[in-house]
Write a protein that binds this ligand. Structure first.
Ligand SMILES: [Zn+2]
Length: 610
């Protein structure tokens, strides 16, 4: 913490010195001094990743505050405002999901007896109880808890899976009755999301999830804000006591199943339930922050961008195994990229006029699916037309060892040669990939998919990625200062090159710079979803090169509405569908194209095939 105090003093001095000239266009040499540059970057990363900024989640007041601070910085640098409201461009994003009081079953609201599931949607319904046992359909085990549809009913299911032996050799079941845990033998059949979606598919109005009798003393699970899955129906955890009231003989019914008795023999409950689920899934304000530095030629524009939003108090996107609300400070992701963009703006504003306009773009909503840069690209058509290239920085705060991954170098002819020359000159060891894809996505993809040359800087994954521990103390300022020097030089060259023709970058090969396998699904479909789309179905923003979807002829703009026999209303239905099939499965994909319904057969591949 002390170190921080010193550097704060240092940066305040620098800022005072810079501002005392009442003209930030101070001499380039002073600004370029690596030591001073490193201190300035450190000061900005420290401010952006301080607890006061609450992890800068898009859709929150903290996110808006960080946007205001950046706008203020752009004004100090003398950039021209390029938002729709001064420097800012407001747009809407999904807010963090909020559990509100009032969820109930038959008027019981006690949170120890009733609590919404992570995938619950707000709603109030009433219907007869349908007792569905474990609520599992697993063809490989010949197990089906939905022998008949349950249209208009409220499904009541028990957590976990039956003993491994049940369903294969019933007689062996008697021996082992600890059936509560999700045993390996059932694969992910025990996953709650799968059970809820299966009940929905069978016509359920709502789903109630109760504990196995052997776990009745455990408190109801807390709401997991980290899971973005949405089932589009009310879904609640209920206590054992409530389950026993709704399904007389509840314990006996489960013991019977656990020793192999078919569900069909279980007594049918006569109770009905009025279910209220009060989970708020609302949209909130976010802002892109955009400032322009006029160049010699205003018919062309280079976009230097980085996202400034992060994960807030955790939840969706967090890799923190502890769970629970904690500030995800996002020093590396992506206060580092934001600070470098501001530093390059400072240097360019102080130096000779660039050969064309440079737009400094600090995006929000990236962590929610590139929402900010996509919003800009869709609404700033005129400006997009003048864009000749994009340089994107996302996580450049761990380049202390001089190592930096560069993606997208194949999207315009001169990039690779420039990088080969500049890297060693600036003391950087560049791991250059011609492909635009690597680990996870970032805002350069918004430009690549619109066939604009785009380069992406990334100093690699680390143990603090998407965790509360991604703090300013771990920011490697000297490395970032070198990255800033490279970004400055590359921006200048992009601006100076009249013709930067688009080159279709090659598809990614298996080993990508800074690569670490991300994501949990076995099955690969290869759609690139449009996250901002809120209509019914899954709008494709494109397909991944070489993917099953591409091979099946699916195109950007297609709206996927069915995969196999699963209706796709939301992206979660699609996620669910991916979990239901296995690599090699051929599924019928139904989609809307130009208002007409089309069908293709898609052969699913393994993720490893990606
Ligand atoms: Zn990021």
């Amino acid at each position: 913490m002390r170190a921080i105090a010193n550097l704060r003093r240092l940066s305040l001095f620098t800022l005072a010195f810079a501002s005392s000239c009442a003209n930030p266009r101070h001499t380039d040499s002073v600004i370029a001094q690596p030591e001073l540059r490193a201190r300035r970057l450190e000061a900005d990363v420290t401010w952006l990743s301080a607890d006061e900024q609450e992890g800068r989640r898009a859709g929150t007041q903290a996110g808006l505050r960080a946007g205001e601070w950046i706008a203020q910085r752009m004004a100090e640098l003398g950039l021209e405002p390029r938002g729709t409201r001064g420097y800012t461009q407001p747009f809407e994003v999904p807010k963090p999901v909020e559990v509100r009081p009032g969820s109930a079953v038959n008027g019981i609201t006690d949170a120890a007896k009733v609590a919404p599931l992570f995938c619950a949607t707000a709603g109030e319904v009433a219907g007869e109880i349908a007792w569905c046992g474990y609520g599992i359909v697993d063809a490989s085990k010949g197990w089906n808890d939905f022998s008949e549809r349950i249209d208009g009913k409220v499904a009541l299911i028990v957590r976990g899976t039956p003993p491994d032996s049940v369903g294969t050799q019933p007689e062996a079941a008697a021996a082992t009755s600890d059936a509560v845990h999700e045993s390996a033998g059932w694969g992910n059949s025990g996953s709650l999301f799968l059970k809820v979606m299966t009940a929905k598919r069978q016509g359920a109005l709502a789903v109630l999830v109760a504990p196995h009798p052997s776990q009745q003393s455990q408190p109801l699970p807390s709401f997991d804000v980290g899971r973005a899955a949405q089932s589009v129906l009310p879904a609640l955890y209920i206590s054992h006591e409530l389950a026993a009231a709704l399904v007389p003989g509840y314990d006996a019914a489960i013991s019977a199943i656990d020793v192999g008795a078919p569900l069909a023999q279980a007594p049918r409950p006569t109770a009905s339930a009025r279910v209220v689920s009060n989970v708020a899934r609302e949209r909130g304000p976010a802002t892109n922050v955009l400032g322009l530095l006029r160049g010699a030629d205003s018919s062309r524009c280079v976009v230097l961008g980085a996202h400034y939003d992060h994960l807030g108090w955790g939840g969706e996107g967090s890799l923190d195994s502890q769970g629970g609300a904690q500030i995800h400070n996002g020093a590396d992701d992506n206060a580092s990229g934001t600070a470098v963009v501001l530093e390059v703006a400072r240097a360019l504003a102080a130096g000779p006029k660039p050969d064309c306009d440079v737009l400094f773009a600090l995006w929000s909503g990236e962590e929610l699916g590139l929402l900010g840069s996509e919003h800009w690209a869709k609404t700033a058509a005129l400006e997009l037309d003048s864009v000749v290239a994009n340089l994107n920085l996302d996580m450049v705060g761990r380049a202390g060892d001089g190592k930096l991954a560069v993606l997208g170098a194949g999207s315009a002819e001169p990039f690779a040669a420039w990088l080969a020359e500049l890297g060693p000159r600036l003391g950087l060891e560049l791991d250059v990939s011609l492909s635009g894809q690597g680990v996870g996505g970032s805002d350069h993809q918004t430009f690549l998919k619109r066939k604009r040359p785009a380069v992406h800087f990334f100093s690699g994954l680390h143990g603090d990625y998407h965790k509360p521990s991604d703090d300013a103390e771990r920011f490697e300022a000297e490395g970032a200062a070198k990255v800033a020097a490279l970004a400055l030089e590359l921006t200048r060259r992009m601006a100076a090159t009249r013709e930067l023709a688009w080159v279709e970058p090659p598809a990614p090969t298996s080993a990508q710079p800074g690569q670490a396998r991300a994501g949990g699904f076995r099955v690969w479909f290869g759609t690139v979803p449009e996250y901002a789309y809120d209509g019914k179905g899954l709008l494709l923003g494109g397909t991944s090169p070489g993917s099953p979807a591409e091979k099946a002829g699916m195109l950007a703009g297609d709206v996927l509405v069915q995969v196999g026999d699963i209706a796709i209303e939301t992206i979660q239905d699609f996620v669910y569908a991916l979990q239901t099939y296995k690599p090699g499965d051929v599924v019928l994909a139904r989609f809307l194209r130009d208002g007409k319904t089309e069908e293709v057969r898609v052969t699913l591949a393994t993720r490893e095939a990606q």
